[in-house]
Design a protein around this ligand. Structure first.
Ligand code: SF4
Length: 349
């Protein structure tokens, strides 16, 4: 490993910040040795703040109807072959019930941007969940909404909101989205969520089409400045019914390097080893945890809905991704020296 890379990793560990040029240099020159050093440093930092604990989140995919046409997404409005569904309030509550009984203390309600899920629908749902499970956190991942809508959801008791920024480079954003979607609006939504008081998660796909070291460096700088409470990154996986079908997939290696870098930028961030990582490598989740991640989000959605929520192809939705196999997840974490804990798992301040 060259001396400059070593110094940059030391600098990042101590100051949690690099210049854009330094991030670019690090990304361009990361050798196996450097990746190992980043991983060791990231593990030490997560150990300091979270010990060996792995937090679990129960993911409920409440519907796959979306008004948008993000060019990479399998459930985009333009995919006429997508088999659409919406869960009812009762179905969602029943997912939460089985999740609670299995040991989940955070429910993540995720869906496309579907006007059917009005503020009234979601606030009533949050109220039901909070009344039944006051010891649980509710995380929403429902895309871009107005500030007023976010305020209502927060007032109803939602604790966290996930909204991947996708890319911090406007020109790159415009290559991944149709012209009726706005980079500025997405960034404004993230600011609004933070100001309102949510624990906020941003994130991006690793290896997305047209991504370069320069756009990733901007992502890292954005994360450094925005200071998210959560950060979801996973490899880009193409879906054949999208305009970006012919692009190649992101790699486990690059995702793991970025997980370690993000852990060093934001030592206390809640960092999931994402489903996408587990989907392209049977040991992807373990590799993510060993690179500094500390969260896993198994799927609590009903069996019938899981295959339909296909945002990318080959998405893991059974086996160890299913909540009923939580035991297997616990076991796989124990094998690498970590333990799944039953807790809301809030970010350490
Ligand atoms: S990425 Fe999200 S907003 Fe875009 S089409 Fe897919 S579900 Fe809709």
């Amino acid at each position: 490993m060259n001396e400059r890379i070593k110094n940059l990793i030391e600098k990042l560990s101590s100051y949690h910040s690099l210049s854009l040029e330094e991030y670019e240099y690090l990304l361009e020159n990361v050798s196996e040795d450097a990746a190992r050093l980043l991983q060791e440093k990231a593990q030490a930092v997560r150990q300091e703040h979270y010990g060996n604990d792995v937090y679990i989140r129960g993911l409920v995919e409440i519907g796959n109807i979306c008004r948008n046409n993000c060019l990479y997404c399998g459930i985009r409005a333009g995919n006429a072959e997508c088999n659409r569904y919406r869960l009812t309030e009762d179905e969602i509550l029943s997912c939460c019930e089985s999740g609670y009984n299995a040991g989940f203390r955070t429910f993540v309600l995720q869906g496309g941007e579907d006007p059917f899920f009005t503020d009234d629908f979601i606030t009533s749902l949050i109220g039901e969940i909070k009344a039944k499970y006051p010891d649980c956190a509710v995380t929403l991942s429902l895309g871009e909404r107005s500030r007023e809508s976010y305020e209502k959801l927060f007032a109803a008791g939602a604790d966290r909101y996930l909204l991947r920024h996708e890319t911090a480079d406007k020109a790159h954003y415009e290559k991944l989205h149709p012209s009726d979607m706005s980079f500025d609006n997405r960034m404004q939504c993230l600011q609004n969520l933070k100001e309102i008081g949510f624990q906020v998660g941003c994130g991006f796909m690793v290896g997305s089409p047209y991504q370069t070291v320069s756009t990733i460096a901007k992502d890292l700088k954005f994360i450094e400045e925005f200071q998210p409470d959560m950060c979801g990154i996973g490899p880009f996986i193409p879906h054949k019914k999208t305009p970006l079908a012919s692009f190649s997939q992101g790699t486990v290696e690059q995702t793991c390097v970025l997980l370690s870098i993000i852990r060093l930028i934001c030592p206390k961030v809640l960092l999931p080893a994402t489903t996408a990582l587990g989907s392209i490598d049977p040991l992807g989740r373990e590799k993510g945890i060993l690179s500094g991640a500390n969260v896993i989000m198994p799927n609590l959605s009903p069996e019938s809905a899981r295959a339909k929520y296909e945002i990318y192809e080959g998405k893991l939705s059974s086996g160890s991704e299913a909540a009923e196999n939580l035991k297997q997840i616990k076991h796989s974490m124990e094998k690498i020296g970590y333990r799944v804990v039953i807790t809301r798992g809030d970010v350490k301040r």
